[in-house]
Design a protein around this ligand. Sequence first.
Ligand code: AR6
Length: 179
Amino acid sequence: MAAERHPRITLHLGDITTDGEVDAIVDAANKTLLGGGGVDGAIHRAAGKGLLAECRELDGCETGDAKITGGHDLPAAHVIHTVGPVWASGGDEAKQRSKDEQLASCYRRSLEVARDNGLASVAFPSISTGVYRFPVDRAAAIAVATVREGAAELGGFEEIRFWLFDQATYDDYEKALGD
Ligand code: AR6
């Protein structure tokens, strides 16, 4: 299927590491890029030691930025590693807005890295809404809006997927997609 100005955006419930139909899956990593819990742990377990070895060469990653590696033992050919913001509960409005911007930057930079590498399909997890405690409804609205706008602007994408690990998170993304 030809790449479109407005690629399909689809929702999937379950484990992102099983997706072998996209060119890249995105990892919600930490600044070290050397693994952790949550989706990051699942990706490193499924990808094997080769991924960790390649990540060691990357020298970490700033919050809101993204870097690419091979997929190693994963069914997807590439992993795009991004680092979401840690939510500041009780933070003031200005601080929370800067977290919103950092989260949007994760999605935007991941799409830019995908385009730079000629990739046409990307699968995202719900960045920052686990260990980093970003409110899911707020994160879902940012994720969907940023991916819609970024994919249309950058062009060349066929499909963008969101893999949501639990039904409540899925429901928030479904609502954001419908808004
Ligand atoms: N597939 C899809 N989604 C998953 C999977 C999976 N296999 N496993 C968990 N999730 P989190 P964060 C969901 O905590 O908040 C790590 O330790 C999870 O239910 O993985 O960005 C890193 O090393 C939640 O909805 O990422 C960092 O230190 C979403 O993925 C830190 O956690 C994100 O939760 C990053 O925290």
